[in-house]
Design a protein around this ligand. Structure first.
Ligand code: ADP
Ligand code: ZN
Ligand code: ZN
Length: 816
């Protein structure tokens, strides 16, 4: 009888493939094990076994597998089920889900792979822009295929760049299939056993009487051992005690010392403060309410104002679950937040906390993966950004989603384009686990679900420790400009407030939602605005680097001294970004320390940490930044927050613009006055009477919600309609236009619901590809599955038309 195994491949394939196996293999393989299988001409991929059976495939002859890579499954049944749900809900291939779910160290492939060198640290100036793009990509995924590098640089011949990176020792290349995970081994030194009995110290010193340095080293060893009372590493001896490695070697050669190795986990934490804190009366009430809510509802929304102590409540809740031996997942919108939170959680839970995020190395991620699947004590609580929901949980009890309104929970590119909040709620269902969504400014959808009793709802209205909410002051920019009360982009009122705050020894945060010096430059003579040649955007001006840069593709040129069009030297900058604000501040407050936090200053593994730590340690007086600042950071000493221009948040081409603007302003404002005294928030705006600005000022979430909900019904948006966005891309403008029209007509004929488009998006060309979008609005009471079926069918028909075959179409479910 023939035997077969179904295998998912890490490729954009809609279905698993069938391979033939022997009876012995059939009895050995379990679903969730990795199997190396041949695919295509001569490639070997690492697949995951999902099913075993005896029915041969009908359309092709099953090939034999290459080898079995695991002794035990490394992927659980729940994960396989979840992957299928993600593929089907978010309209992508199961192979895409598999590839992005696993640490890449698990996905061995027989082709050239670029990996970063761990020891290489970034020195910005050393890398050219193209080299930097590759380097940066490696920060996020730690291994790149040649093909991926080709698409990042958008050119075929990338070898010169790769060779330079090799020469700079920033990367290495790998060819063959092999296990990439290596446990970290630590070298220890000990005295040979024969010297351990009785008091042999004198004997050794005798032997070494003529080798002064070695004698010294032995004494150092004893001293260290007396202090540490645990095994001594070679590193401690060389670095702490200053013993040279030649001396160590001589002592080992003389058989006085002995070397041995132990494996160590790469990331370890130690609990420092378990005595901890107790909840305030109000927090305790909320805590009880959450638990009561969990007896009825799987999901509960914790709506607590900034600084109400949501984190403390999470900690107490987590404690209850790990005391029942459950695993806990704590999702955060951004890595930037982990540092502070990890410190708070590890102080409480010590080594039971494991952090999982993309800036960690492959090996670190594999380690966490193994700890989770083995239900190790070391990874009972997982803290991470959205991708940590892919870990192989065995016994999940609780999921906390902090700042649940954040849009970074949604993955935009590549597939799977999942929303981590929604995907974890499904995951929790498999385990009967509870989900706590926390926010001071809940997403409209979540609040709507709570209002409709689908989710439980618990509120915390007050800040911890009787701290009053910040006072909000609106500054009317129109008036200030008219009366010439502006210095650069600062009103006299804001400057005064900053001066006063600093003079009290307090710190200031300033928020501007754009990076760079200014979003574009313009010739005052002919009006020419330099554009990116590959994208439909103007180039952002960087004054310090004297550059114009494209934020979409990285294209850059030296900033012009005269207009490219008319050669006039009368060139001016328009709009402003964080870099400009930082420079103006340095002029207004020359003796103060000013720092900037945005995508340009936070590159590299510890980019955020450096800035956050410096600010926390009060080495910095004023911190200027983009929306990164809005994400739940906690600084005790900040008393003033300034929003330089609220208007550019309000006018975004997106149905969520007002919701987002409200959330952003309230969150940024929440950074002010988190301890002792009342904080102040200055909002500079041309529209002080705008509803959203008023809602922010009055802390009126309810008002914002009602108004937005009304708009959503009227204009057919979530939560009343589900959106599916199709994005079409091609280098040929006409072909794209025709193709988009064709697809649109087929969809609108076959779907009885609003189909909009094909539309040119606000940025209609990126990296030389033109873009069109089609939006499908699926009413709440219509089957989503059926609608997706129709869309999928239209997409495959589209694909089979030769003229459109090269047009890329991507589906995005819940795209905003
Ligand atoms: P949120 O997450 O709701 O914005 P935090 O949990 O960060 O609020 O709490 C704000 C501040 O108040 C933090 O410094 C926190 O340590 C402190 N805090 C909150 N609750 C307590 C408590 N029960 N005991 C001691 N400190 C608390
Ligand atoms: Zn000009
Ligand atoms: Zn560009």
């Amino acid at each position: 009888m023939p035997f077969f195994v179904e295998v998912i491949l890490p490729l954009a394939l809609p279905k698993p493939f069938t391979y033939s196996i022997t009876e012995a293999e059939y009895n050995y393989i379990k679903p969730g094990m990795r199997i190396a299988v041949p695919f295509g001409k001569s490639k070997v991929y690492t697949g995951i076994a999902i099913n075993l059976h005896t029915t041969p495939p009908q359309l092709y002859e099953a090939k034999e597998i290459d080898q079995i890579l695991d002794e035990e499954p490394i992927v659980t049944q729940q994960q396989l089920k979840h992957w299928e749900w993600i593929a089907s809900y978010y309209m992508c291939n199961i192979g895409d889900v598999y590839r992005s779910a696993m640490p890449s160290a698990y996905l061995l492939e027989s082709e050239t792979i670029i990996v970063k060198k761990e020891e290489y640290t970034e020195q910005n100036s050393e890398l050219t822009d193209e080299e930097y793009l590759i380097y940066e990509a490696l920060q996020n995924q730690s291994a790149l295929k040649i093909q991926e590098a080709v698409s990042i640089l958008n050119k075929k011949n990338i070898l010169p760049v790769i060779n330079k990176l090799l020469a700079k020792n920033a990367i290495s290349l790998r060819e063959e299939v092999k296990e990439k995970y290596k446990p970290k081994r630590i070298k220890y030194i000990k005295l040979r056993d024969e010297f351990l009995q009785g008091d042999k110290l004198n004997e050794i010193l005798e032997i070494l009487s003529r080798a002064q340095k070695q004698r010294e080293a032995v004494l150092q060893y004893f001293q260290l051992y007396a202090v540490e009372k645990k095994p001594i590493t070679a590193k401690q001896l060389t670095e702490t005690a200053g013993v040279s490695s030649t001396v160590l070697k001589s002592l080992t050669d003389k058989e006085i010392f002995e070397e041995y190795y132990l494996e160590e986990d790469r990331v370890t934490f130690h609990a420092t403060d378990n005595s901890g804190f107790s909840l305030s009366e109000k927090q305790q009430k909320a805590f009880e309410a959450v638990k009561a809510s969990f007896t009825e509802k799987q999901v509960t929304l914790l709506h607590g104002v900034t600084s109400s102590g949501k984190t403390e409540l999470y900690i107490k809740l987590i404690e209850e679950y790990i005391n029942q031996d459950k695993q806990v997942l704590y999702l955060l919108p951004e890595i930037a937040l982990t540092t502070q939170l990890v410190a708070r959680l590890t102080a409480y839970f010590g080594n039971q906390v494991a952090v999982f995020h993309s800036k960690y190395t492959n090996n670190e991620r594999v380690e966490t993966w193994q700890q989770v699947i083995q239900e190790s004590e070391k990874a009972k609580i997982i803290i991470g950004a959205r991708s940590s929901l892919f870990l192989p949980f065995k016994n999940l009890g609780l999921i906390v989603i902090d700042e649940e309104h954040e849009q970074t929970f949604k993955q935009q590119d590549p597939a799977p384009r999942y929303h981590a909040r929604d995907a974890t709620i499904v995951l929790a269902g498999y385990f009967n686990a509870k989900v706590l969504l926390g926010s001071a400014t809940p997403a409209i959808e979540s609040y709507y679900n709570a209002a409709n009793k689908k989710y439980g709802y618990v509120q915390m209205k007050e800040r911890y420790g009787n701290v009053v909410p910040p006072e909000i002051v609106l500054v009317d920019l129109k008036d200030k400009y008219k009366r010439k009360r502006m210095k650069g982009h600062f009103s006299d009122q804001l400057i005064e407030a900053i001066t006063e705050t600093l003079s009290e020894g307090k710190q200031v945060i300033l928020f501007q939602n754009r990076r760079g010096f200014s979003p574009w430059v313009e010739c005052l003579t002919c009006g020419h605005v330099p554009q990116c040649p590959q994208c439909d955007v103007s180039l952002t001006f960087y004054k310090y680097k004297k550059q114009l840069r494209c934020h979409y593709c990285g294209y850059n040129i030296a900033s012009p001294t005269q207009c490219h069009q008319c050669h006039s030297t009368d060139i001016s900058t328009k709009g402003f970004g964080t870099e400009q604000i930082e420079m103006e501040l340095k002029e207004i407050f020359p003796e103060k320390n000013i720092s900037r936090m945005d995508q340009d200053t936070t590159r590299g593994k510890y980019g955020y940490e450096r800035i956050i730590d410096a600010f926390k340690n009060r080495e910095v007086d004023i911190l200027v930044g983009t929306q990164m600042l809005a994400k739940g950071l906690h600084f005790d000493n900040v008393n003033l927050v300034g929003i330089l221009n609220a208007d550019n948040m309000l006018y975004q081409p997106d149905f969520r613009a007002f919701e987002r603007a409200y959330q952003m302003m309230v969150q940024v404002a929440g950074r002010a006055g988190r301890k002792d005294i009342q904080g102040k928030v200055y909002i500079q705006t041309y529209n002080p009477l705008h509803n959203v600005i008023q809602q922010v000022t009055d802390n009126n979430y309810e008002g914002m919600y009602k108004e937005q909900l009304h708009e959503r019904i009227n204009f057919k948006y979530p939560p009343f309609y589900k959106l599916i966005r199709l994005t079409l891309k091609h280098r040929d403008y006409e072909k794209l236009k025709d193709g988009a029209m064709w697809l649109y007509s087929v969809l609108s004929q076959n779907l009885k619901m609003p189909v909009l488009g094909p539309e040119e998006p606000a940025i209609s060309r990126i990296r030389n590809e033109y873009i069109r979008t089609i939006i499908i609005k699926v009413p709440q009471d219509t089957s989503l599955g059926y609608s997706k079926g129709v869309i999928q069918k239209a997409m495959s028909s589209f694909d089979s038309i030769p003229a459109y075959k090269s047009v890329k179409v991507v589906a995005n479910v819940d795209p905003y």
